[in-house]
Design a protein around this ligand. Structure first.
Ligand code: IPM
Ligand code: MG
Length: 385
């Protein structure tokens, strides 16, 4: 049996409750490919702060980067934000841990697939008749670096104090709310955008799907740039892959008719953050979103589920674990455990087809005994593997 070490961040809020099952499920499923998964804990988030005085302890960061594959349970919660976060804003773990790792590991590609099955059409928040018999595949690939997320952070040191003051450019932790103006810098580098589009077109080609590129090129310069690069790379290098462009505002409206977004959907960091939550909710619930972040050059990867930490449900055994569990399947596929990955995806699908629900997925027609908590839902899925 091959051993595979994975850095584990159990996380904040409901993260640990969901991750304990997702970890077990991944271990069991990986055995189908003769792989033994061994977790090494690398604590991050507010839980790490309470233990080590830092939401990103240096030892955790070093170890996680060295291991190169991270299973990440989500960080952040409002209670700590309101207390320690006010006194020490630099400790807020979303920026300190999550964004730092994405940047340090060069995690450019953020895969967030939303797959609609006709048999589960009633789970979707959109009208069932909008889902065709053959189902819908939306392969969201969010551009996870640069953009408005990293613009100010990356360039503030290169701008003199006088210009920063005049234009309202400041670090996030220094914002008081009393400023006359605050400016956010946003950028895309040609080299990064080209790399991103080559990866997305290649992925679309292997799946036999079109590329749908989201932008705001009618207003913003960086998206004019984005669209021109997409068009050039498409025409010159991937003439066999259909490419369409969609403005972000109209793309948002298309979330209600999922079949119109059937394909590989590429979008900037900020647009992808917003649209992927909407896409997950349209599919059923944010609790079923799975998510992986990959460096296409080194293969470094973080499996992070976009579902957040559901802090309001923490400790109550109520959070939907499916997003974390499907993220474990993505992780297995990445480490070569393809049978295990398929087994997890099937187990989730079968469990839902059998009628089991978590609260966020339940409708008025579901009988109360079919509505399960985190541990019961996880156990149902585990038993099908
Ligand atoms: C996501 C999350 C993160 C993001 C937050 C927690 C920083 O919303 O992965 O979608 O905005 O990227
Ligand atoms: Mg998000």
């Amino acid at each position: 049996m091959r051993r595979k070490i994975i850095a584990l961040v159990t996380g904040d809020g409901s993260g640990p409750e969901m991750m304990s099952f997702a970890c077990l499920i991944a271990q069991k499923a990986a055995k189908k490919d003769d792989i033994e998964i061994v977790y090494e804990e690398t604590p991050m988030g507010w839980n790490a702060y309470h233990q080590y005085g830092d939401t990103l302890p240096e030892s955790s960061l070093e170890k996680a980067i060295e291991i190169g594959t991270i299973f990440f349970g989500g960080v952040g919660d409002f209670e700590n934000d309101k207390t320690i976060g006010v006194k020490k804003p630099e400790m807020k773990p979303e920026a300190r841990a999550l964004l730092k790792i994405r940047k340090k590991m060069g995690l450019l590609l953020n895969f967030r697939p939303m797959i609609y099955y006709k048999v589960l059409a009633h789970l979707a928040k959109v009208k069932p008749e909008t889902i065709p018999d053959e189902g819908v595949e939306q392969h969201w690939i969010r551009f996870l670096l640069e953009d408005s997320y990293f613009g100010t952070l990356d360039f503030i040191d290169q701008i003199n104090d006088e210009t920063c003051l005049k234009l309202g450019i400041k670090s996030k932790k220094d914002v008081t709310g009393k400023e006359d103006m605050v400016t956010e810098l946003s950028y895309f580098k040609r080299e990064t955008v080209e790399k991103y589009f080559r990866a997305a077109f290649t992925y679309a080609r292997t799946k036999g799907l079109p590329v749908i590129s989201i932008d705001k090129s009618n207003v913003m310069n960086r998206y004019d740039f984005w669209r021109k690069i997409a068009t050039r790379i498409g025409q010159e290098e991937f003439p066999d892959v259909p490419l369409t462009h969609q403005l972000v505002d109209s793309a948002n409206a298309l979330l209600f008719t999922p079949a119109k977004l059937h394909g590989v959907i590429v979008c900037g960091n900020e647009h992808g953050d917003i649209l992927s939550d909407g896409a997950a909710a349209a599919l059923g619930s944010m609790g079923i979103m799975c998510s992986s972040a990959i460096n296409p050059d080194t293969g470094a990867a973080m499996f992070e589920s976009g579902a957040g930490t559901a802090p309001d449900l923490a400790g109550q055994d109520k959070a939907n674990p499916i997003g974390r569990i499907l993220t474990a399947a993505m992780m297995l596929r990445h480490i070569g455990a393809v049978n295990g990955a398929g087994a997890i995806e099937n187990a989730v699908k079968e469990t839902l087809i059998a009628g089991w629900r978590t609260t966020d997925l339940a409708s008025l027609n579901d009988s109360p005994e079919m509505i399960l908590g985190t541990s019961e839902m996880s156990t149902k899925i585990l038993s099908r593997i």
